[in-house]
Design a protein around this ligand. Structure first.
Ligand code: AMP
Ligand code: MG
Length: 363
């Protein structure tokens, strides 16, 4: 059992000082090396958990083989125990080493193109698997990812165990893209945060299931549906996209679908047309409320009676800034956040997946 409270330490690490040549690791900055080794020792030799940067969002990591570690992840986040975690590895050869199977052929073209990177694949669990059943929440598959962020990859390499890691936010909150977001949500609940700067991609990994027939895209993320179809070959050309939300009692392929997600305290309203938003504001009495507009590709915001901020104009920028902008508006005590929708092509599918879950209505 873990203690009731921790002093949460934040250690700065320098991603640029970390290099992999093939699968071998070198770290040129001594302080980064010391901090990474400390974090790796926590993961491999205790049941405590550590927050660390990845290229998608910050993760909250523990030893995927150890029940107590995984229990501590769920507890720190207050995450429902039936929503399984992704296990992170630092080289393709660890698929065999940790999960006891060869990489299924169907994933070869995807792994070739997108690993290390924001793609998660489902693998079957063997009968003699060492994985904690809490990691997979009773599913007969394990979700596996090889991240590209040097800090994440080095931490896994040094720990020499698969690192089970969901996003390092309190459950239901927007995912963290900065160490300070993690601190805001988990201060006192975990011993250590590695601060490696801001997450580049900004939304979570794409989760694909190539074991089912036809293959499924379970969660859109940093790798787009178009990219999967274009490099995946015949096996992936008819990949099915899982629906976005599940009903309360429905058994689902990807349990994350059924939970409230990505929500700031403010009410989020997703907006397709700028004019409809202005009509909404005129017809609702929001005069005592603090309101904000987050724009993407085309709204001007010129007639908006509140804070106006751009999340960027390319979909890459919008992905990167999305969660941070939602959190910033909470810090500014905004009551309503209007957010400009994007079209659902390319990175737009992942952006809209997050926004639809965060929003209480769409106008
Ligand atoms: P997060 O850890 O917050 O990025 O969420 C991980 C996502 O992967 C959630 O939507 C999970 O439901 C999904 N996931 C993890 N493991 C599995 C699995 N074995 N089968 C299906 N979906 C999974
Ligand atoms: Mg999450």
């Amino acid at each position: 059992m873990s203690k009731a409270a921790y002093h949460t330490e934040i250690l700065k690490v320098d991603p640029a000082s970390i290099a992999f040549t093939g699968d071998s690791l070198s770290i040129s900055d001594p302080q980064t090396e010391t901090s990474l080794k400390r974090a790796a020792t926590i993961i491999s030799s205790s049941s405590e958990v550590v927050a660390f940067p990845t290229e998608t969002v910050y993760g909250l990591g523990g030893n995927a083989f150890d029940d107590d570690s995984v229990r501590n992840i769920y507890r720190a986040k207050n995450r429902p125990a039936d929503n399984p975690l992704i296990s992170h590895i630092s080289s393709v050869s660890q698929v065999k080493q940790f999960f006891g199977i060869d990489l299924p052929k169907i994933y070869e073209p995807l792994v070739e193109s997108f690993w290390p990177g924001p793609l998660t694949i489902l693998l079957p669990i063997t009968t003699d698997s060492k994985l904690s059943k809490l990691t997979t929440a009773g599913q007969d598959t394990v979700a596996v990812r090889l991240p590209s962020h040097p800090v994440a990859r080095a931490l896994i390499h040094l720990s020499n165990v698969p690192i089970a890691a969901p996003s390092a936010n309190a459950s239901t909150r927007p995912s963290p893209t900065l160490a300070e977001h993690v601190y805001h949500d988990l201060n006192g609940k975990i011993p250590l945060i590695l601060d490696g700067g801001s997450a580049r991609v900004g939304v979570e990994s794409t989760v694909v299931d190539g074991i089912s027939n036809p293959p499924m895209l379970l969660r859109p993320g940093g790798v787009s549906l178009e990219q999967i179809k274009s490099v995946g070959g015949d096996a992936w050309k008819d990949v099915r996209v899982a629906k976005r939300v599940a009903d309360a009692n429905e058994p689902v392929k990807t349990p994350g679908m059924k939970y409230k997600h990505y929500s700031p305290t403010a009410r989020v309203i997703l907006v397709e047309k700028e004019e409809a938003m202005l009509n909404y504001i005129a017809s609702h009495d929001l005069s005592r409320d603090k309101i904000a507009l987050l724009t993407t590709q085309s709204f001007t915001g010129s007639q908006f009676p509140g804070i106006v901020e751009s999340m960027g104009s390319s979909k890459e920028e919008v992905s990167r800034n999305l969660f941070k902008c939602l959190r910033d508006m909470d810090e500014r005590r905004v009551d309503y956040i209007f957010v400009e929708a994007v079209d659902e092509t390319d990175q737009g599918l992942a952006i809209m997946n997050r926004l639809k879950k965060a929003a209480s209505e769409t106008i």
